[in-house]
Design a protein around this ligand. Structure first.
Ligand code: EPZ
Length: 430
């Protein structure tokens, strides 16, 4: 099992290049199989979730050609099987995007029902409600969702809650239904807009993505496309908060600053300087940061995927902060690990009350999930002494070359797989 070993205390300084968004790449890879022509996807992040999904589409018969680390060609003309194996949904819930894609193209799909995951129970009732509204028969049998339609026709879908996954899945299926579908109370995340733009680049007719009403006019078929994935706002945000936690000065490059506004506003509020450029933001933290309150919300609110990162920064800020998690019920699991590093945090229901401490001390901790894991690495970078983070496989699901990028910013961090390597690191850093 691999771990990160970190010697904390260095302010992060320098430039970091952000990759394509994992949460846009996953639905876009799924949607790419909806045409029989070849799709070229650029700026794909080289992270485990993306690689597993590419394997999943190969397994149902699509051709996948790796052009380079961040570019792939996909051809869905050879798909022979509309059922996805449990192995994939177990590794990556987002393979449920193949439901919308296969249903749209072939009018049938079978995908194992994803269970809960580390951050919450994560129902998908809204996805299924949307598929049913556009004419699919959906049943759950032997642990799988089986969706079929003789004829899919546009409809009006009102989502009970704002859901990224449901908005995208319904948008994909409806883009090949007959007539017009309207999704109300749609998610507005940049990755929802990116999927709509990608579908439109293949010939779909989708309007309103990025607002809460999306209008889709179904078309019969899609055609080839070459598309570059939007920059990852969560990867970018993670480096912005890493700069804040370590009192650093980091230029985060290849981003869309507009997508980062909720994070930028909070960083400014607690005392960082944030400078925006056309496609970069620079975060400078030159003094002790101060308390604030934050509540996670759908975009353009403060993202749940950035909750642990701000939690870590506030645990080092002066004063008492309140963090409210309103999207997923289990996103405070990092707090117990942080307490082992000296943080003072109390969780009550969906709220964390954080009394800032002057500093953390390094400890052996474990990564509870992707974003919490990344936030704990940030805590290790800010801590005095050595931190070892276990279960980094979660982090590798969504951050490309995390340790390499952090090292270019001056961090002392190594990926290790044995006690011998840990000792070697300790000897080297003194
Ligand atoms: C996406 O998950 C992301 N995953 C998550 O990223 C992210 O945390 C989340 O959106 C919120 O921004 C991917 O894009 C692959 P939702 P998703 O449907 O689509 C409830 C990360 O770290 N809900 O927007 O599953 C749900 O329980 C992650 O990269 C229903 O009740 O999230 C939650 O409370 C993890 N029924 C809320 O809605 C449904 O049918 C929002 O969930 C669907 C959702």
């Amino acid at each position: 099992m691999e771990q990160y070993i970190i010697k904390g205390g260095n302010p992060l300084v320098g430039e970091v290049e952000i990759g394509g968004a994992k949460n846009a790449a996953l639905p876009i890879i799924s949607a790419a199989i909806m045409t029989d022509e070849t799709v070229t996807l650029e700026n794909l992040p080289d992270v485990n979730d993306v690689n597993v999904l590419l394997e999943a589409i190969e397994r149902i018969g699509a051709q996948v050609e790796r052009v380079d680390r961040h570019t792939v060609k996909i051809n869905g003309s050879t798909i022979g099987d509309c059922s996805v194996e449990y192995e994939f949904i177990k590794k990556i819930r987002a393979s449920y995007y193949l439901l919308g894609a296969l249903l749209g193209k072939y009018k049938r799909a079978e995908v194992p029902l994803p269970g809960g995951c580390n951050i919450g129970s994560r129902p998908i009732d809204q996805h299924l409600k949307g598929f049913r509204a556009i004419g699919a028969k959906v049943e759950i049998s032997h642990g799988s969702i089986i969706a079929r339609a003789d004829h899919m026709r546009g409809s009006h879908v009102f989502l009970d809650m704002v859901s990224v996954g449901a908005t995208i899945n319904i948008m994909m299926a409806a883009s090949m239904a007959d007539g017009r579908t309207i999704i109300e109370n749609a998610a507005k995340e940049p990755h929802v807009v990116d999927v709509a733009n990608f579908l439109n680049s293949m010939g779909a007719d989708i309007k309103g993505a990025g607002t809460d009403v999306i209008r889709i006019r179904g078309v019969e078929r899609f055609h080839r496309s070459t598309y570059s994935i939007v920059p990852d706002m969560i990867e970018a945000g993670t480096y912005m908060f890493a700069a804040a936690a370590t009192k650093g000065d980091v230029m985060v490059k290849n981003v869309i600053p507009k997508h980062l506004e909720a994070m930028t506003a909070k960083l400014e509020e607690i005392g960082c300087e944030v400078e925006e450029f056309d496609d970069a933001v620079r975060v400078v933290a030159s003094k002790r940061l101060t308390r604030t309150h934050v509540k996670t919300q759908p975009y353009p609110g403060y993202p749940t995927d950035m909750q642990p990162q701000i939690g870590v920064v506030l645990a080092l800020a002066s004063g008492t902060s309140i963090v409210t998690e309103s999207i997923f019920e289990n996103r405070f699991k990092y707090v117990d690990e942080l307490a082992r590093m000296g943080a003072s945090v109390k969780v009550e229901g969906n709220t964390a009350i954080i009394d800032g401490v002057a500093g953390f001390t390094g400890a052996r901790i474990s990564s509870p999930d992707l974003r919490a894991g990344a936030a704990l690495v940030v805590a290790g970078l800010a801590a005095e002494g050595i931190t070892i983070v276990d279960d980094i496989v979660y982090i590798q699901r969504g951050y490309e070359d995390f340790e390499g990028k952090l090292r270019t910013l001056g961090a002392e961090i190594e990926r290790v797989a044995s006690e011998k390597e840990i000792q070697k690191f300790k000897l080297r850093v003194g």
